[in-house]
Design a protein around this ligand. Structure first.
Ligand code: SF4
Length: 276
């Protein structure tokens, strides 16, 4: 029997919902894509809800209301969770991805299919046309099958780069990763000891440029260290931080410093005047 227009629209809607949704890069990632003249896309899951290794950063936005809840050990609030709190559209997208991944794993289990390959098929078939994927602006590898599925996708797409920060380090130790699956261990989680044990490249959140200098770390401003670097690096605290916390005080200091007139620039311009 031929489909009527209503059935056809429902069918198209279902088809659309059968794929994972990828996002566009934010300003910071756009810088990187522009610099490298490459196309970058992002992929996210619900922050906090899918992060079994999160500790210092743990925050979750409620799926319906967006209300944010910090974890028991939160020192600085997850940037992506704050984004979800503000944006119902973002919440819809990340929960769509998580629901679809869970139902795919469940259906593979029910029909006795290989879970990793089935999930890899879903991710692979959903991939947008691009050169680099930042896996998880929000969210993390929430179980080993999901991690292995992304590794399989990286192996199927050797010309693309898949990079991520992760605190799910307990899952990484005995899993072989291809070169185009680039991992940065994110310090401040439950499994920090594994970073020292395995000597993995790590990112550390710092509260000031001085702190980064003291630790001998460069600050990554556009994710280039994360996607292509091999050295440890720092990330300057940003986002929205809990009121009264050390992170929020550090953030105010950073903002104030940015507003200050640039002494160095003044010195240089007076130098130019002198030589002219
Ligand atoms: S692990 Fe990442 S996404 Fe998860 S709560 Fe921490 S900062 Fe947010």
């Amino acid at each position: 029997m031929p489909l009527d227009i209503f059935q056809l629209l429902c069918y198209i809607k279902d088809m659309k919902n059968d794929t994972l949704k990828f996002g566009e890069p934010n300003a910071k990632l756009k810088k990187l894509a522009k610099k490298l003249k490459l196309k970058l896309k992002t992929f996210s899951l619900p922050s906090g809800w899918t992060c079994p290794g999160a500790k210092d950063c743990l925050s979750k936005a409620d799926r319906v209301t967006g209300k944010i809840t910090d974890g028991p050990d939160t020192l600085f609030r997850c940037f992506a969770a704050s984004g979800e709190a503000r944006s119902p559209a973002l919440r819809k997208m990340v929960w769509h991805n998580f629901d679809l991944i869970k139902s795919t794993l469940m259906s593979a289990w029910r029909y006795k299919k290989d879970k990793v390959q089935t999930l890899a098929d879903l991710i692979h078939d959903s991939l947008p046309e691009c050169d680099i994927v930042r896996v998880h602006v929000g969210g993390d590898y929430f179980n080993k099958e999901y991690l292995k599925a992304w590794i399989e996708v990286a192996m199927r797409n050797p010309d693309m780069v898949f990079y991520s920060y992760s605190k799910s380090l307990i899952m990484m130790a005995d899993v072989a990763r291809p070169n185009n699956f680039v991992l940065t261990a994110s310090r401040g989680g439950k499994y920090d000891d594994m970073i020292d044990l395995h000597g993995w490249k790590e990112a550390v959140v710092v509260y000031s440029e001085e702190e980064a200098k003291e630790k001998g770390l460069e600050i990554d401003h556009d994710d280039e260290h994360a996607a292509f670097g091999s050295e440890n690096f720092a990330l300057l605290i940003h986002g929205t931080q809990p009121k009264g916390s050390a992170a929020s005080q550090a953030l105010s200091r950073i903002k104030k410093q940015k507003k200050k007139p640039q002494v160095l620039q003044q010195d240089l311009s007076s130098y130019e005047l002198n030589v002219m």
